[in-house]
Ligand binder design. Structure first.
Ligand code: NAD
Length: 511
C-alpha cells in the first residue's frame, strides 16, 4: 500500500523544499476518475458553445493570474520568468483557439448518401468520457493545458497526473477552472510518481494522453493494451536544423540558439542537431559559438538559460558531453562538467554548449540529450543534410534555414517529422491551430489544433430513413429483384452520367 506516502518538490534553483504532495495510490486515482466522470455527464450535455465560453473565461482567469501561475512554474522548474510567462501566454492562445474553432469543428457533419437518396446521414463527434493526462516536468502548465483544453472542449472530464518533479502548477488547475465557472470536480489532479501514472492508465479512463519519455511511453502503451484503452503518445525528440548555403546567417544563428537553448534545452522540440552546408559551416559555427557564449545562464529570474530540472538531468547531459569528447568531438563554446563532481544546489545551470565533429559512435548523436547543447556538423550539401537528419529513430520537428522559402518547404517535405519550420524555431508551439506530434520513437497522435480536438472525441455515425417505405428493396427475402437492383446500382456507380443511368434502368427492368 502506498497510501500515506508523500512526494517532496524541490526548487531547482536552490534545492529548498517548495511543497509536499500526497503520493496517490490506485484508490485515490479511482475516486478522482469517478468524480470527473460524474461531472463530465453534466458537462457533456452542455452545448459546445457553452463549453467554449467556459474556456474563454479560463483564459481570462489565466491572464489575470499570469504572475501567480508563473511563480508556481518558477518555484518547481527554476526557469527564467520570461519562459514561465510564455507558458501562460501559450495556454491562453490555445484556449482562445478552441473557443473560436471548436464549435464549428464539433458540429454534426452531413454525409452524402450516394444512390440511397431517400436517406439522411451525418456524423456527430461525441465525448470520450474521462481522459487521463500524464505529463512530464519540462512545461508544467502548457503540456497539461494542451490536453485539458481539448478534452474540455470535446465534452470530457479530465484527471491530470503531473510529473512528481512539478506538481505545483498542475495543482492550481482545479481552482483556476472553478473560478472560470467550470463544474466542480470536472478537472481532477492526482499527484505521485510513475506508480500513480500507472494506476491512472489501469483505471477505467476512456483515453490516456501521455507526454514523456519514449521508454515510459512504451510501458504506458503496453498497460493500456490490456484494456484496449486508446492512447496518444507524445514522446522524445532529437530535432534537426538544416542550414543551407543561402541562409540569412544572422537570423539562423539567433533562431537556432533560441531553438536549442530555450528552457535550457529541456524541450521535446529543442533543436539538438544542426547540419550546415560546407560553404557556410565555418562562419555559422563561429557566430553560433559567439552567440552561445554571450548568453547569461544561471539560477535567477532574469537569465537567458536556467538550470537543469534535477541532478539526474544534469548528469545525463554532462555524460553525453563527456562521451562525445572522449570519442573525438570538439567543444567550441560552453564546457563539459567533470565526472564524479555533482553540482551543489544552486549550481545546476549548464553553460550553453556547442560541439562539433560529432559522429554516429556518440550517445549525443542518437539519444535525446535534453539540455543546452547543440551538435553542429558540416555537410556537403542539402542531400547529405537530409540523409543525416533522417538517421534518427525520432521524428518530432525540424527546421530549415534558407533565403528561398520554397526550397525550405521542399527540403522540409522530405523529412520524416511531425512538423517543419522554415527560418523559424519553436514558434509553432505558440500557434494554437498547429498540431504537435511525432512519428517513430517520438510517438503518435497530436496535441493542439483541430487534430488534438478530434482525438478527444469519437465519431458517432447516424443514418435515418426519410421515405417511410413499407420495406427496402434489399430486405429479405432474396429474389431476382434484389439481384437486378444490385446489378443496376453497380452499373450506375461504375459508369455514372446519363449512360450509367440508362444501363442501370435496363438492368433494373431485367433487360
Ligand atoms: P518520463 O517519461 O520520465 O515521465 C513522464 C510522466 O510519466 C511523469 O508524470 C511520470 O511520473 C509518469 N510515469 C513514469 N512511469 C510511468 C508508468 N510506468 N506509467 C505511467 N506513467 C508513468 O518523462 P520526463 O522525464 O518527465 O519528461 C521528459 C521527457 O518528456 C523527454 O523525453 C521529452 O522529450 C518528453 N516530452 C515530450 C513532449 C512531446 O510533445 N513530444 C513534450 C514534452 C516532453
Amino acid at each position: 500500500m502506498r497510501e500515506g506516502r508523500t512526494i517532496e518538490v524541490r526548487s531547482p534553483r536552490d534545492g529548498r523544499v517548495v511543497a509536499t504532495f500526497p503520493l496517490s495510490g490506485s484508490s485515490e486515482v479511482a475516486t478522482a476518475v469517478a468524480t470527473a466522470r460524474a461531472a463530465a455527464a453534466v458537462w457533456a450535455s452542455r452545448s459546445v458553445l457553452r463549453r467554449v465560453e467556459a474556456l474563454i473565461r479560463l483564459a481570462r482567469v489565466l491572464e489575470v493570474e499570469a504572475d501567480e501561475v508563473a511563480d508556481a512554474i518558477i518555484s518547481e522548474t527554476g526557469k527564467p520568468r520570461a519562459e514561465a510567462l510564455a507558458e501562460v501566454a501559450v495556454s491562453v492562445e490555445l484556449l482562445r483557439y478552441y473557443h473560436r474553432y471548436a464549435p464549428r469543428h464539433l458540429s454534426p457533419r452531413r454525409v452524402g448518401t450516394g444512390w440511397m437518396f431517400w436517406k439522411k446521414a451525418w456524423v456527430e463527434r461525441v465525448p470520450l468520457g474521462v481522459v487521463g493526462v500524464i505529463t512530464p516536468w519540462n512545461y508544467p502548465l502548457i503540456i497539461g493545458m494542451d490536453a485539458v483544453a481539448a478534452a474540455l472542449a470535446g465534452g470530457n472530464g479530465v484527471v491530470v497526473k503531473p510529473s512528481e518533479l512539478t506538481p505545483v502548477t498542475a495543482s492550481l488547475l482545479p481552482d483556476l477552472c472553478a473560478r472560470a465557472g467550470l463544474p466542480q470536480g470536472l478537472v481532477q489532479v492526482v499527484t505521485g510518481d510513475g506508480s500513480t501514472g500507472e494506476a491512472l492508465v489501469r483505471s477505467d479512463v476512456d483515453k490516456v494522453s501521455f507526454t514523456g519519455s519514449t521508454a515510459v511511453g512504451r510501458k504506458v502503451m503496453a498497460v493500456a493494451a490490456e484494456t484496449l484503452t486508446p492512447v496518444s503518445l507524445e514522446l522524445g525528440g532529437k530535432d534537426v536544423a538544416i542550414v543551407l548555403e543561402d541562409a540569412d546567417l544572422a537570423r539562423a544563428v539567433k533562431g537556432i540558439a533560441f531553438g536549442g537553448f530555450f528552457n535550457a534545452g529541456q524541450t521535446c522540440i529543442s533543436i539538438e542537431r544542426v547540419y550546415v552546408v560546407d560553404a557556410v559551416a565555418a562562419e555559422f559555427t563561429r557566430r553560433l559559438a559567439e552567440e552561445a557564449s554571450a548568453l547569461r545562464y544561471g539560477v535567477a529570474d532574469d537569465v537567458d538559460v536556467g538550470p537543469m530540472i534535477s541532478a539526474v538531468q544534469f548528469e545525463r547531459v554532462s555524460a553525453h558531453l563527456r562521451d562525445a569528447v572522449a570519442k573525438g568531438a570538439e567543444v567550441v563554446a560552453g564546457g563539459v562538467p567533470e565526472a564524479d563532481s555533482p553540482p551543489g544546489e544552486g549550481d545546476r545551470a549548464l553553460a550553453p554548449t556547442i560541439v562539433t565533429r560529432v559522429d554516429e559512435t556518440m550517445e549525443i548523436f542518437h539519444e535525446e540529450t535534453f539540455g543546452p547543447v547543440l551538435a553542429v556538423t558540416a555537410v556537403r550539401d542539402e542531400e547529405e543534410a537530409i540523409r543525416w537528419a533522417s538517421a534518427s529513430a525520432y521524428g518530432l520537428f525540424a527546421s530549415v534555414w534558407t533565403e528561398n522559402r520554397r526550397r525550405g518547404v521542399d527540403v522540409g517535405r522530405r523529412l520524416r517529422t511531425g512538423g517543419v519550420c522554415v527560418n523559424e524555431s519553436l514558434a509553432h508551439a505558440g500557434i494554437g491551430g498547429l498540431p504537435l506530434g511525432g512519428v517513430g520513437d517520438s510517438g503518435f497522435g497530436s496535441r493542439r489544433g483541430l487534430e488534438g480536438l478530434t482525438e478527444m472525441t469519437r465519431p458517432r455515425a447516424f443514418l435515418a430513413d426519410r421515405a417511410g417505405l413499407s420495406r427496402e428493396p434489399w430486405w429479405f427475402p432474396y429474389d431476382e429483384r434484389v439481384e437486378r437492383l444490385t446489378r443496376s446500382v453497380l452499373a450506375l456507380r461504375a459508369r455514372g452520367g446519363l449512360s450509367g443511368l440508362v444501363v442501370a434502368a435496363r438492368r433494373l427492368l431485367g433487360r
